[in-house]
Write a protein that binds this ligand. Structure first.
Ligand code: HEM
Length: 384
């Protein structure tokens, strides 16, 4: 059967890596008929595209099927110089909130969520999702929101109808509801400002709508990707108990382990760009206006850039991984995400060495962008 790659394919969600290898080796510039976009899979090519900012534009959105309503309103869907100005505000809002101040809150949340886990539990539902949601809510100053409901809405809005490749009507309704919840939170903060990020953004005299879009984008970007990062890392450590034991015995390895998790099971696998002019790579010309997928998940498994990339090895130093992207759109929340990872894996590594996923297929989300577990049921083989 002829090779085919489609980011909407359930077989790709189940195990994207054999597809990536074939793409890198045989089709470094691939046209995906299903998704109607070009696909770049080699580390060097993804970096070349990300460095060619004028040609590989974000104005058509940074995910393959971005909602039109979002375009030009979030940092992810703007180019410099507009992006530079907005991104400076986002960075400033992060600085004012001082990410380091989140550590005590994160530690308390991890302690609370992991103190009394039963012999069998769902790591995503019971730990990583509530943790990521609570951290984002705390950062932004969202209070009194039902985070489980928020996650439910994110899951519905992430799902793509296999027939239409679009959000379902429920997914569209969930998107609107997420926006409405954020708008209410922004109004709350306008009436009673605090030390949180929404208050910082409100202090910047942006259009009222821009604050809501920015807060919504930060919440969405941070919640799903952080939860996936923690769950994907926990899965890798459970599947490699020797690495979990090493991490538990030598916590100084945490920073390298976190980078290796981001490389090995990259939470945000693929982002999109739109060409402003023709671009030729490996003898293939991609015409202006075409969409291009830059596949961070594949670049991070490229044997041209990493030794034995299929091996999960927390002792390597995968400095050039693209788990947070590269260039002007490099993840705004990277420092916070790394800190959450440090606290979570420091607490969980000894336990993960004694946990196994329950048998059965893994529940990977049907998303063209994220490698995200909707659920990860786990059995502790030995009480701590
Ligand atoms: C481990 C968790 C995370 C991962 C793997 C991740 C990954 C990424 C990646 C790959 C990009 C680049 C997208 C592109 O190339 O178009 C990005 C952008 C972004 N991320 Fe994250 N992210 C994480 C956590 C967070 C958190 C916690 C926040 C907020 C608190 C956040 C906010 C953002 C924003 C606002 C952007 C857009 C930046 C821009 O376009 O200038 N992310 N993220």
């Amino acid at each position: 059967m002829a090779f085919s790659f489609d980011p909407f394919d359930f077989a790709v969600h189940a195990d994207p890596y054999p597809f990536y290898r074939a793409l890198r080796d045989e089709h470094p510039v691939y046209w995906s008929e299903g998704a109607r976009c070009f696909v770049l899979s080699r580390h060097a090519d993804v970096i070349a595209a990300l460095n060619d900012v004028p040609r590989f534009s974000n104005t058509g959105g940074n995910v393959i099927d971005d909602s039109r309503a979002k375009l030009g309103r979030t940092v992810g869907s703007m180019d410099p110089p507009r992006h530079t100005a907005m991104r400076a505000l986002v960075n400033d809002a992060f600085n004012r909130r001082q990410v380091a101040r989140e550590r005590a809150f994160i530690e308390a949340m991890v302690e609370r969520l992991t103190a009394t886990l039963p012999a069998e539990f769902d790591l995503v539902r019971d730990v990583t999702s509530p943790l990521a949601g609570a951290v984002m809510a705390h950062l932004l100053g969202v209070e009194g929101a039902d985070l489980a409901e928020f996650k439910r809405l994110i899951d519905i809005s992430m799902y793509r109808d296999p027939a239409t490749r679009a959000r379902t009507p429920d997914g569209e309704a969930a998107q609107s509801e997420l926006f409405a919840i954020t708008a209410r939170q922004v109004e709350r903060r306008r009436a009673a400002p605090g030390e949180d990020m929404i208050s910082a953004l409100l202090g910047m005299e942006l259009e009222p709508d821009s604050v809501v879009w920015m807060a919504r984008a930060v919440f969405g970007a941070g919640f799903e990707s952080t939860s996936s990062f923690l769950a994907n890392g926990a899965l890798a450590l459970m599947r490699h108990p020797g690495q979990a034991l090493l991490l538990a015995a030598e916590p100084a390895r945490l920073p390298d382990a976190i980078e290796e998790i981001l490389r090995y099971e990259t939470p945000a696998q693929r982002f999109a760009r739109t060409l402003t002019a023709d671009a030729t790579m490996h003898g293939v010309t991609m015409p202006a206006a075409a969409k291009v997928l830059v596949m961070y998940g594949s670049a991070n498994r490229d044997e041209r850039a990493f030794d034995a990339p299929e091996r999960f090895d927390i002792t390597r130093k995968p400095a050039r991984h693209l788990g947070f992207g590269l260039g002007p759109h490099f993840c705004a929340g990277a420092a916070l995400a790394r800190m959450v990872g440090q606290v979570f894996f420091a607490a969980m590594a000894p336990r993960l060495a004694r946990c196994v996923p329950l048998p059965g297929p893994l529940a990977w989300a049907h998303s063209p962008t994220f490698r995200s577990l909707a659920s990860l049921r786990v059995h502790q083989t030995q009480a701590l």
